[in-house]
Write a protein that binds this ligand. Structure first.
Ligand code: GP9
Ligand code: MN
Length: 621
């Protein structure tokens, strides 16, 4: 009897079952998939199975030698995909998408980050593959090869199909409209499994390629109506206040707002910024809205007043599109426009995308003196970056629009001993611990920069705008974060943690702290209005932060949104004052709006619709 049972174990079923169980174990150990009930746990458990059955099932049609080869190769490839997701997740707290895989020009520069993310014990992720390899080599008697009849195959695939529908049915019941609202990859992986998710992602990819070809501009009418209806008249007192002044825009790497006016081990984390905001406009409820494109997404949002994409980085996927970005508009208004960033010029495809955005000059790695003794982590230290940039600023014709992208406060938050001005935090997460000293260092670098601007006589005729690009501490560090904040990190708190600093310093203006709910998308009209340039004809989704009737409403790329009194995230409506879930009815009025905004913005990018808008404009004028 026993012998009979064992003799039924085939390489195909062994490979399927091992990879199935491995995937489930990886879900549990390497991703943080939030499970709310037993149905969800069950869906998570079965969701890898149907895909694996289909793929390994192809082996049923192959003769012994080819079958073995096929099973081994397939098992290795699928394991590699799973492992790729694990490594990606360690840093980005997200799953891979096809566009992300094509961002190859980013790969070579990831050096210091990747080392921190890989482990020798990671070979365990390939354990089942090694077992299969041993089985094929040593041919143990309990694994048998056999020919499969038509009937066998039919039964096998019928079962696989049944499991697929069973899985989809359960998922649809748990999460209605799963596939039509795909801003949340975790939800997808949880419900249809990581492998089916990749197939779905491939489908989205082909759909997005088709979208540009099919677009003819007729889609613009609706979008224009929507944008016009939301246009806020600029504030008369602020419009043109900085006309003709230089604009110094500083992107603060991974800087979240929770460090502002906060201490660690009794010491201020951002003493300079805490001072600086006293004579600047400081927006304390300003959110980043980035997706997978991180820094590049923040640049995209800030300069186009469009949302980034839900998958991939626009800088990579749509760098050939027609845009109407701030640098281009400022060129037309007599400004010199430059971006300064001491990294490889092709990182995030900047060298290509900057041309589409209208930049006249990109000061990249080759424009800086970068040596071992002035570098740390990702490259040139911020202090040296700013110091060396002063010369570049002096070379530029005025007025200029110069964007500075800092780098030292980047994961894995490394710092040389002499640059450490405060001690790390003490928790289980080295990432969070080391974050504070690098933020402190960044603060010092900005302080020095502002001093140098004053010395060079550039301070008084420039407006300085500082903004955080995106989060630095992902949800992987929630426990340590709870320790730091002294409270539980609920989805509500997580959303609030997506606030980043926004500081606008205008010479001669006292400034004030402004609590209006706002996002990166609002910066373009705000800056242009300060310079006295109207945006009435622009197509964008932000509004002037100084406008008297600015609506308190900000959408994040995952579909969460924030209003004056409520936060909607992960399907739950929260009352901001109570920090507790409340009746969904309160969030209802904004649901449609948030969905529309993201969809309209996506349409513009996927359809490259501004190419039609540009044409329309030049015909009209
Ligand atoms: C790289 C820098 C960091 O040039 O902008 O990018 P990030 O990893 O933060 O997107
Ligand atoms: Mn960044």
């Amino acid at each position: 009897m026993n012998k009979l049972l064992w003799s039924k174990v085939s390489l195909i079923s062994l490979a399927t079952v091992m990879l199935w169980l491995k995937t489930y174990i990886v879900y549990q150990t390497s991703f943080e998939i939030k499970i709310e009930n037993w149905t969800q746990e069950f869906i998570l458990f079965i969701n890898p199975l149907s895909f694996l059955m289909f793929v390994f099932g192809i082996g049923l049609f192959l003769k012994e030698k080819n079958q073995k080869r096929y099973i081994l190769i397939t098992s290795f490839l699928i394991s590699a995909v799973l492992y790729g997701n694990v490594v990606f997740y360690r840093f980005f707290n997200d799953f891979l998408t096809i566009p992300v895989l094509f961002q190859t020009s980013n790969m070579s520069d990831l050096g210091s980050s990747v080392n921190e993310l890989l482990n020798i014990s990671d070979l365990l992720y390939f354990l089942d593959f090694f077992i299969l390899l041993a089985i094929v080599k040593f041919k143990p008697p309990f694994v048998q090869y056999r020919e499969y009849s038509k009937g066998n195959r039919r039964a096998f695939f019928l079962i696989a199909i049944a499991i697929t529908f069973f899985n989809l049915g359960l998922a649809e019941a748990e999460r209605p409209q799963l596939l039509t609202r795909t801003f949340d990859r975790e939800m997808l992986v949880k419900n249809i499994g990581t492998y089916n998710y990749h197939i779905y992602d491939a489908f989205l990819q082909s759909k997005s390629s088709a979208q540009r070809a099919l677009a003819d501009g007729s889609e613009l009418a609706d979008i224009e109506n929507y944008v016009r209806a939301g246009y806020n008249r600029p504030n008369d007192e602020m419009f043109g206040l900085a006309k003709g002044k230089n604009v110094i825009l500083i992107s603060l790497e991974s800087t979240q707002n929770f460090v502002i006016n906060q201490t660690v081990n009794g010491q201020e984390i951002t003493p300079f910024l805490n001072d600086f905001i006293k004579d600047s406009y400081y927006f304390e409820n300003f959110y980043h809205q980035t997706g997978q494109g991180k820094t590049s997404d923040s640049e995209f949002i800030v300069e186009n007043s469009l949302y980034p994409l839900s998958r991939g980085a626009v800088f990579f996927t749509h760098s050939g599109n027609e845009f109407n970005a701030t640098p281009e508009i400022l060129n037309e208004n007599g400004y010199f426009t430059a971006s300064l960033h001491a990294n490889n010029k092709s990182f995030w495809n900047r060298d290509i995308m900057y041309k589409s955005l209208g930049y006249q000059r990109f000061y990249s790695m080759i424009d800086y003196d970068i040596r071992e003794d002035n570098s740390v982590g990702w490259g040139l230290k911020d202090k040296d970056f700013f110091e060396q940039s002063i010369q570049h600023l002096k070379d530029m014709p005025q007025p200029y629009y110069a964007k500075f992208i800092t780098l030292t406060n980047h994961f894995p938050f490394q710092l040389t001993e002499e640059d450490r001005l405060i001690e790390p935090f003490d928790s289980d997460s080295n990432t969070l611990n080391n974050y504070f000293p690098t933020v402190r260092y960044e603060d010092e670098a900005i302080k020095n920069f502002v001093e140098r601007l004053k010395e060079e006589g550039l301070y008084e005729n420039s407006i300085i705008i500082l903004y955080g690009d995106h989060y630095g501490i992902s949800e992987n560090h929630n426990k340590a974060m709870e320790q730091f904040l002294g409270k539980e990190v609920t989805p509500f708190v997580s959303t609030q943690l997506q606030r980043v600093p926004l500081i606008i310093h205008i010479p001669g203006q006292k400034g004030k702290t402004i609590s209006t709910v706002s996002g990166q998308i609002d910066l373009k009209p705000t800056i242009l209005h300060l310079l006295g340039i109207d945006t009435k004809k622009d197509i964008g989704f932000g509004s002037d932060l100084f406008a008297k009737d600015k609506m308190e409403f900000t959408v994040l790329r995952d579909g969460s949104f924030i209003t004056k009194d409520y936060i909607y995230t992960r399907g739950i409506c929260y009352d901001k004052k109570a920090e507790e879930p409340t009746d969904t009815n309160y969030c209802e009025p904004y649901m449609e709006k948030s969905k529309n905004e993201l969809e309209f913005s996506d349409k513009i990018i996927y359809g490259d619709l501004l190419r039609f808008y540009e044409n329309a404009k030049s015909i009209k004028e």
